[in-house]
Design a protein around this ligand. Structure first.
Ligand SMILES: Nc1ncnc2c1ncn2[C@@H]1O[C@H](COP(=O)(O)OP(=O)(O)OP(=O)(O)O)[C@@H](O)[C@H]1O
Ligand SMILES: [Mg+2]
Length: 278
């Protein structure tokens, strides 16, 4: 069953002719895990924000985004806001900016719940503690009563995950959710994400610039370069037989041990010299 259908999605900003996302099309079935990889500035986050309805007013969006059969392009803000957290949610790149520094995290998670469910604040607290436990926070009570700055990076990212999952959305968008974490914490958070998504049966759009990270969570992957999809397919196929030279470069970087001494890996400049690079 198709959950998400994106067709010819384009996003441009201001009066510049260059577009951030250029006629992107892809599909996601219920429960499917799709990775988006690409260089910095290739349009990954802008694509995610278009799905969330969180692009600024200055963005020109064309094409179609259908989620559960419902068209999201041109949907009024308030209608889009009702879908956020409920049908689709997002884990942002930087947990410190995604969390409100002035509010205890337990309350922040509870607010997502109260916004959508017909939940009272008393029972919300119980569900928040339970959810914080499910994302691997051993000391859930204490974490709930902490401000973001009192937590470690890994704990903060788990709180964001709890916020994203507490209303059991059909689609969870993760934008570089582990970039700010050290490697061991990153591996743990990814394993946890994998588990929680399986239990919830939620589909996932997982954004990263790291093919190795994507392959831990996703079955399929899109490769973006300057706003376009240049290659798409199952992760295994992309790894074993990358077609586009840029993808070959990414695979080589992910398997750095196999790169020949002195071999130069292709970069974005090889495909879009000067003006193409944003
Ligand atoms: N609000 C905005 N106003 C104008 N241009 C924007 C805005 N947001 C993004 N862009 C531009 O859109 C392009 C794509 O940006 P985007 O954030 O999607 O890249 P990304 O692939 O997520 O990169 P990174 O890996 O660094 O997060 C960039 O050229 C960026 O400068
Ligand atoms: Mg980004």
């Amino acid at each position: 069953m198709t959950l998400l259908q994106v067709s010819e999605l384009s996003v441009g900003f201001g009066r510049r002719r260059a577009v951030a996302v250029d006629a992107v099309s892809f599909e996601l079935t219920a429960g499917q895990r799709l990775g988006i990889i690409g260089e910095s500035g290739s349009g990954k986050t802008v694509t995610a924000l278009a799905l969330m309805g969180l692009l600024p007013e200055t963005a020109r969006v064309t094409g179609s985004i259908r989620l559960n059969g419902r068209e999201l392009v041109g949907l009024p803000d308030r209608a889009h806001a009702r879908l956020r957290g409920d049908l689709v949610s997002m884990v942002f790149q930087e947990p410190m900016t995604a969390l409100d520094p002035t509010m205890k995290v337990g309350r922040q998670v509870a607010e997502v719940l109260l916004l959508h469910a017909s939940e009272r604040s008393g029972s919300a607290r119980v569900r928040v503690i339970e959810m914080l436990g499910r994302v691997g926070l051993a000391d859930a009570e204490r974490v709930a009563d902490s401000f973001p700055h009192q937590l470690s990076g890994g704990q903060r990212q788990r709180c964001l995950l709890a916020m994203a999952l507490i209303n059991s959305p059909d689609l969870v968008i993760c934008d570089e959710p582990t970039t700010a974490l050290d490697v061991t914490v990153q591996a743990r958070v990814l394993r946890l994400l994998d588990e929680v998504l399986s239990v919830e049966g939620a589909a996932c759009l997982f954004i990263s610039h790291d093919l190795a990270v994507v392959s831990q969570v996703c079955t399929d992957v899109l490769v973006m370069l300057n706003g376009r999809i240049v290659e798409a397919g199952p992760v295994a196929t992309l790894f074993s037989a990358p077609e586009h030279p840029y993808t070959r470069g990414l695979v080589a970087t992910a398997r750095i041990d196999q790169v020949q001494p002195g071999e130069r890996l292709p970069t974005v400049e090889d495909f879009y010299p000067r003006e193409g690079v944003r």
